[in-house]
Write a protein that binds this ligand. Structure first.
Ligand code: 5GP
Length: 225
């Protein structure tokens, strides 16, 4: 179960990890948001209407679903259950509300939060993507305030400073959980970067400094005054 600020590079880390390690399956979520440039239906998401989404909610077709930035997002149940039953490692890339629903249903699933090193870097990555309008970027930055607060609820905070070491660390977290102990030092990647933080105080400190830096960014962008 992987969360992170939208647009901060977690998708890139996940695909890098999957290129290096076999046996991972990525759950393709359903959403009511419109496809971005370059996105294909059935690849990044199943893009559907509100009506289709709500019908699936009524039929208990989602493992979890949430409202995020004015749209629905959800994890179709059948695909995940089939792959789990076949013994595969299924990756869910979902936001905070959905993560907490999964925690309740599958308490053994590791919750991982991937974050850029600091709030300034988050803004750089969001604006650097270039495919979203300013309004969308601003909305995601506002959302980041709430998301940062949830970081201490995750088992692992993974710092996404460099893609390769971060992908290495992600695999270590997931594949190492069965037999390795959770000692953070043992789980350090050999290359620089991709730090894994499990210490509750350190997670809290990271979340607090992120939350402390965001208001100034929102203010400069004219989002809050
Ligand atoms: P984006 O629109 O940038 O692709 O995604 C927005 C947010 O929705 C991201 O934080 C992403 O992880 C989350 N998300 C994607 N799919 C799902 C899902 O199936 N369920 C939930 N709860 N969140 C999702």
């Amino acid at each position: 179960m992987i969360s992170g600020f939208s647009g901060a590079g977690k998708g890139t880390v996940i695909s890098s990890m999957r290129k290096q390690h076999d046996g991972y399956v990525l759950s393709v979520s359903m959403t009511t948001r419109k496809p971005r440039k370059g996105e294909t239906d059935g690849v990044e998401y199943h893009f559907v209407t509100n009506e289709v989404f709500e019908e699936l909610i009524r039929n208990d077709g989602f493992l979890e679903h949430a409202g995020y930035a004015d749209h629905y997002y959800g994890t179709p149940r059948a695909f995940v259950e089939e792959n789990m039953n076949a013994g595969r490692d299924v990756l869910l890339e979902i936001e905070v509300q959905g993560a907490m629903q999964i925690r309740k249903k599958y308490p053994q699933v590791p919750l991982i939060f991937i974050a850029p090193p600091d709030a300034a870097e988050l803004e750089r990555r969001l604006t650097g993507r270039g495919t979203d309008q300013e309004e969308v970027v601003n909305k995601r930055l506002r959302q980041a305030v709430v998301e940062a607060e949830a970081i201490p609820d995750y088992d692992y905070l993974l710092i996404n400073d460099h893609i390769e070491p971060c992908a290495f660390s992600l695999n270590r977290i997931i594949r190492g959980t069965e037999d390795a102990d959770h000692d953070a030092e043992e789980m350090q990647s050999p290359a620089e970067g991709g730090e894994i933080i499990t210490d509750p105080e350190k997670k809290k400190a990271f979340a607090s400094s992120f939350s402390a830096d965001l208001p100034a960014i929102l203010e400069r962008r004219g989002i809050i005054s």
